[in-house]
Design a protein around this ligand. Sequence first.
Ligand SMILES: *[C@@H]1O[C@H](CO)[C@@H](O)[C@H](O)[C@H]1NC(C)=O
Ligand SMILES: *[C@@H]1O[C@H](CO)[C@@H](O)[C@H](O)[C@H]1NC(C)=O
Ligand SMILES: *[C@@H]1O[C@H](CO)[C@@H](O)[C@H](O)[C@H]1NC(C)=O
Ligand SMILES: *[C@@H]1O[C@H](CO)[C@@H](O)[C@H](O)[C@H]1NC(C)=O
Length: 343
Amino acid sequence: MSYWWGFALAVWYAVVLFVLSLTNFHLSRLDAPTDGGLRAEKSNVTLLIWWRPFGNRDPLPDCAVRYGIQDCTLTTNRSAYTRADAVIIHHRELMRKWSLPGAPRPPRQKWIWMNFESPSHSGSLIGLDGVFNLTMSYRRGSDVFLPYGYLQPRRGERETPQVSAWHRRGFVAWIVSNWNEQHERVRFYRNLRRYVHVDVFGRDARDLISNSVVRTVSRYKFYLAFENSLHTDYITEKLWRNALLSGAVPVVLGPPRKNYELFLPADAFIHVQDFSGPRALAAYLKHLDRNHALYQRYLNWTRHYSVHVTSFWAEHYCMACRAVQASRRQYKSVSDIALWFQS
Ligand SMILES: *[C@@H]1O[C@H](CO)[C@@H](O)[C@H](O)[C@H]1NC(C)=O
Ligand SMILES: *[C@@H]1O[C@H](CO)[C@@H](O)[C@H](O)[C@H]1NC(C)=O
Ligand SMILES: *[C@@H]1O[C@H](CO)[C@@H](O)[C@H](O)[C@H]1NC(C)=O
Ligand SMILES: *[C@@H]1O[C@H](CO)[C@@H](O)[C@H](O)[C@H]1NC(C)=O
């Protein structure tokens, strides 16, 4: 009996010692200075911008001043590569030059795939699988999700909706810089103008008033927010800045209505697919033009929301920096960019 108890005690002791040693091991490992990178939460993030998107030369922003995001160091100096916490790689230049950082990749460094063009204008997405750690785009589900704009709730409600555009002289406006007969939007416009007058501005048409989109469009009741290609979530500044910020009611051509409704109230826009065709759409616009109360409903959202238009590229860099700070401990690589982005 005593022999058996002695044995049981010894086993129990051994187990306790073993568990203690494990705990101890973990504690000492966590405290060990060699692992301090993870532990000591260096909050300063150095973000290396590998290429200036489209050669953009704007000065890099101070994220603390512009967005209240502390401890971000942005640089385009590639000699910071080995100490950079993250590298932003813009898809357009990657596609053209196809050269990724050559030096060995620091193990904790994150590579961010950044792209704000639609799949139709993104070129090859092949060969990117397993290369990047974070995605950044207008597409929902991006690690750093940044739409071209969004509505922000107002602090306190406005008494009346913004700008009744009723006094406006113009009827329908459209700004188009890239005129391409293959684009759905050009085909639609060609049909639409058979039934309704559209003032077209842009490279091959008339000049903007005071060279300003907002000043030009704010003279109109409706704006054709027609995207250059039709893809999930691809809703650009044509909606946010050109139409909504200008106070014109958007007539949208892009992804389906349901997709737009994820971003703004159903009665804040007119979708071309709400109608059997350009003729029916034109009739409806003319109907609204004669019916103030009905038109005004499309501006009802302005009582509760204001428009935020994202700033290329200052806001993008700072949001990326914030995302890197927030995902410090996370290891991940993106395995299916093409499949996901094109879906
Ligand atoms: C981060 O870097 C800035 C500028 O290099 C420095 O002023 C600041 O003290 C640093 N903060 C931390 C927490 O290391
Ligand atoms: C990049 O950084 C290196 C090392 O800090 C420095 O010697 C060099 O002058 C910098 N280059 C530019 C263009 O600022
Ligand atoms: C405007 O919005 C308010 C609240 O969101 C709603 O109660 C009201 O019925 C709307 N008015 C119109 C004309 O749609
Ligand atoms: C980033 O992705 C690479 C390639 O898949 C991977 O080797 C590396 O461990 C990842 N790093 C982080 C910090 O997630």
